[in-house]
Design a binder for this molecule. Structure first.
Ligand code: NAD
Ligand code: TYD
Length: 350
């Protein structure tokens, strides 16, 4: 029996990637005691943690990372901090960016400032995103590339990313920054393209494809992302940035076709809608630096997408209450999609 002596604080652990990380951590690190700090916003759900909620090695604390009275003591008693908590949806940041600044920027500041005063913290992982590089016309972003965020979500994450770096450069806080590409997998909130399109298609509802549908994202399975973070906690270097990407660059229109094929639904469900404002055309990250530490993605996109579609098909208990009974979700859906006029671009069926 291993004594759980390493105290790990996971912020945002009731969300999509955070919950996958908590489950991964509990399964692979018997020496860890994990505390999840989460505000339980619309995107945070306790059921995401149901497999560990009664485990004596796990503790759940409901609270705001931007509240020093709550976050400060938790940081100070930790050996490792993995900071996922954020407002994360680009479209929401276009409607109202305030919460993005408060949580993603100010909340990160609160945690870093607590870590500055905490002798115990030996690793602070700032979970950033490849969106901080902005739209990538050609090639792939390396960790040294300029940051050119182009929407309020990406800009708030870029602020937090560099703020974290500054706490390493000035105060010596043991910060390491990760910039991952688009994640997919179980328990992703059904506002992001894959769970939204899969659950709409299950219900024979239209899937709203923005603009010409030729925007490209690099898809990373959430389990591969969690394995990369775990590796970096052990083998990463303070003050460094690490890209994490799946190596699966796919146009949205092709992704949509694959989802519909998987669910045996007709392409007539594709509804081309008005484009997102400032829609980044392509993200692409160079992951050589991480691969040099020995990481490789284990999930191929064909298999990973098939398994993900199957997960949503088999777990309606998880998403149906959100989509059908949560007034906040229904309000968001109406605001985001209700006023979008159908505008045919002629490319979505190709
Ligand atoms: P998510 O929206 O599913 O979950 C976010 C979690 O943070 C929720 O549980 C929410 O309740 C919590 N939270 C929000 N504000 C909080 C606050 N003020 N205090 C405490 N908790 C709060 O997000 P996700 O997709 O799991 O993303 C997690 C992290 O990974 C984010 O930092 C995001 O920027 C980053 N990231 C995401 C992706 C992706 O494709 N989803 C890719 C790269 C990086
Ligand atoms: P999203 O899942 O919101 O992730 P991000 O904007 O962080 O990359 O969107 C992924 C891609 O899918 C992006 O190019 C926008 C597009 N998209 C649609 O075409 N329709 C939708 O309803 C949504 C939510 C996204």
């Amino acid at each position: 029996m291993v004594e759980p002596t390493v105290a790990v604080l996971v912020t945002g652990g009731a969300g999509f990637i955070g919950s996958n990380f908590v489950l991964h951590a509990m399964a692979t690190h018997p020496e860890w005691r994990v505390t999840t700090l989460d505000k339980l916003t619309y995107a945070g759900r306790l059921e995401n943690l149901r497999d560990v909620i009664n485990d004596p090695r796990h503790r759940f604390v409901e609270g705001d990372v931007a509240d020093p009275a709550v976050a400060g003591p938790l940081v100070k008693e930790s050996d490792i901090v993995v900071h996922f908590a954020a407002e994360t949806h680009v479209d929401r940041s276009l409607h109202d960016a305030g919460a993005f600044i408060t949580t993603d920027v100010y909340g990160t500041f609160v945690l870093l400032d607590a870590a500055r005063q905490a002798a115990r913290v030996r690793r602070f992982v700032q979970i950033s995103t490849d969106e901080v590089y902005g739209s990538v016309e050609s090639g792939s972003s390396t960790e040294h590339d300029e940051l050119k965020p182009r929407n309020p979500y990406a800009a708030s994450k870029a602020g937090a990313d560099r703020l974290a770096y500054s706490y390493w450069a000035t105060h010596g806080v043991p910060v390491l920054v990760t910039r991952a590409s688009n994640n997919y997998g179980p328990r992703q909130f059904p506002e992001k393209i894959i769970p939204l399109f899969v659950t709409n298609a299950i219900d024979h509802l239209p899937v709203p494809l923005y603009g010409d549908g030729r925007h490209i994202r690099d898809w990373l399975h959430v389990e591969d992302h969690c394995r990369a973070i775990d590796l970096l906690i052990d083998k990463g270097t303070d003050g460094e940035v690490y890209n994490i990407g799946g190596g699966n660059e796919v146009r949205n229109v092709d992704l949509t076709h694959r989802i519909l094929t998987e669910l045996d639904r007709p392409t007539s469900l594709i509804r081309p809608v008005e484009d997102r404002l400032g829609h980044d055309r392509r993200y692409s990250v160079d992951t050589t630096k991480l691969q040099n530490l020995g990481w490789r993605p284990r999930h191929g996109f064909d298999e990973g997408l098939r398994a993900t579609v199957a997960w949503y098909r088999d777990n309606e208990w998880w998403w149906r209450p959100i989509k059908e009974a949560d007034p906040a979700y229904r309000d968001y859906y109406a605001t985001q999609y209700g006023t979008r006029t159908s505008h045919q671009t002629g490319s979505s069926g190709t």
